[in-house]
Design a protein around this ligand. Structure first.
Ligand code: SF4
Ligand code: SF4
Length: 461
């Protein structure tokens, strides 16, 4: 038996020392296993410990072999009648109480516009009004940011629509903040088409752009058809790829997101090979995929089905086998929050100055405005509520799960497919963590927090 990751410090402090009892034991409900070439990886979602066992050790542990005794001390085996779920709930509540709190608000997702130059058929903003942020509102937004950040460094996430459809708002906000001496860095979620060499320079020098997330929907022909860029000159695909190169050359980290469904998975597999070849130099983007969600009606279920899940898992594993592949790291602290929506230090700013908590909500569930601050603390509290279904009691993922009731991705539900999707995500993270340990902290690129978060933002999605 080999330790790949030791237990998290916080878990060691908060979990009571297991007392070895003379009673039947079972595998912990929090023990997730993932087969690998050398045997079985066993990950404890509560303590964060990751072990590698040979097949023989794995089978023997359950039969009371020596490894079994060790696994009892490490909480991988627990007394048969042990209520692990209650322990998990207690630990998560304490971790939330102890989580460090920031003085001010330091994360701002700014909708510079809800307009977009692409026409993706899956977009959750389809049919919503297309409104740009005015110069006045941008200046007032900067004033609000300077006021509520209380001297701390702020992170600005440019979002839309397509945020580059209103570069002026970004210029105004960043120059106002710079003029007032407010330290900031920024990130962007963009389709990447509107960048050019000059704008990349401005983004790096004036906006302090550190990270860009750009979605690709397929190889050249497929991408150009799906994206339907308005007023497109030449091939949008080749322009976006060359813009990715410009951003990387300027030292901006780029994460390419692939939106997957059953219809495009083969094409995305081809695209993965192409990207790995094209970006084989020193500066690489990172690459990951998510299954497209159905946002066509309120509370729409992901409804992805077993076939799509399996196809996505296969694609994601292919992505991870390339030097560009990225996946979230296994958490090294007990998660006190799920995403931007349930932390106090983060808000969204809409084009008209209203403020909200979730980047997917541009039309409802606002909590105040840049003029009056937070005026609806009840809605802020509602954003913290977690999805709770009977299956949570026995779920292996509950220590990691951050599904929020108001999140449009989770739609206050959790079905078999949702759990399977999260189990597959966890398995990919486990295998990737093991590969990293083999490379001895090698050159695998780490995934950033997905600004959508989620997807991975919320592991719960
Ligand atoms: S994955 Fe679903 S069942 Fe498991 S803890 Fe989260 S909400 Fe509950
Ligand atoms: S995970 Fe859900 S609630 Fe959180 S920011 Fe993303 S869409 Fe909003």
């Amino acid at each position: 038996m080999q330790t790949i990751l030791p237990p998290m410090n916080a878990a060691q402090k908060l979990c009571p020392e297991p007392k070895i009892a003379d009673c039947p034991y079972r595998l912990s409900q929090f023990a997730l296993s993932a087969p690998c070439e050398e045997g079985v990886l066993l990950y404890n979602t509560l303590t964060g410990e990751l072990l590698l066992l040979s097949e023989k050790e794995y089978r023997g542990a359950a039969n009371g072999d020596e490894e079994g005794e060790d696994l009892k001390k490490r909480r991988f085996l627990v007394p048969e009648d042990y209520d692990e779920y209650t322990l998990c709930r207690q630990i998560l509540s304490v971790a939330r109480l102890l989580a460090p709190k920031k003085k001010g608000i330091t994360g701002f997702t700014v909708f510079t516009t809800t307009d977009c130059n692409a026409r993706c058929p899956y977009c959750y903003e389809l049919g919503r009004p297309r409104v740009p942020m005015s110069d006045r509102t941008a200046a007032d937004a900067a004033d609000f940011i300077a006021r509520v950040s209380e001297g701390e460094k702020v992170t600005l996430s440019w979002f839309g629509g397509e945020p580059l459809m209103n570069v002026r708002a970004i210029d105004i906000i960043t120059s106002e903040l710079a003029g007032r001496g407010v330290p900031f860095a920024s990130r962007i979620v963009s389709n990447g088409y509107l960048f050019d060499a000059g704008l990349v320079r401005t983004a790096k020098e004036k906006w302090a752009l550190e990270f860009a997330q750009i979605t690709l929907d397929g190889t050249e022909e497929t991408y150009n058809r799906i994206k339907g860029i308005v007023n497109c000159e030449g091939s949008a695909f080749s322009r976006v790829l060359s813009n990715i190169g410009l951003l990387l050359d300027a030292g901006v980290r780029v994460q390419i997101r692939l939106n997957v469904d059953l219809d495009n998975v083969r094409d995305l597999s081809k695209l993965t090979g192409y990207l790995a070849e094209r970006f084989s130099g020193e500066r690489k983007p990172s690459l990951y995929s998510v299954l497209i969600h159905d946002f066509s009606s309120p509370g729409a279920s992901p409804g992805v089905g077993a076939e799509a899940l399996a196809a996505w898992d296969e694609l994601q594993r292919k992505i991870l086998s390339t030097p560009l592949g990225s996946v979230r790291r296994l958490p090294r602290s007990i998660r006190a929050n799920g995403c931007m929506a349930d932390i106090d230090s983060s808000v969204t700013i809409l084009p008209d100055g209203r403020i909200g908590k979730c980047e997917h909500e541009s039309e409802q569930l606002f909590v105040g405005s840049i003029y009056d601050g937070i005026t609806d603390p009840e809605t802020v509290e509602r954003w913290r509520e977690r999805v709770e279904v009977p299956e949570c009691r026995t779920c292996a993922l509950s220590p990691l799960c951050t599904r929020l009731r108001l999140c449009s991705w989770t739609a206050d539900r959790c079905g078999d497919e949702d759990r399977e999707r999260m189990r597959l995500s966890a398995e990919q993270m486990i295998i990737n963590e093991y590969k990293r340990s083999l490379m001895n902290g090698g050159d695998k690129i780490e995934a950033d927090e997905d600004p959508e978060k989620d997807d991975f933002s919320g592991f719960g999605r």
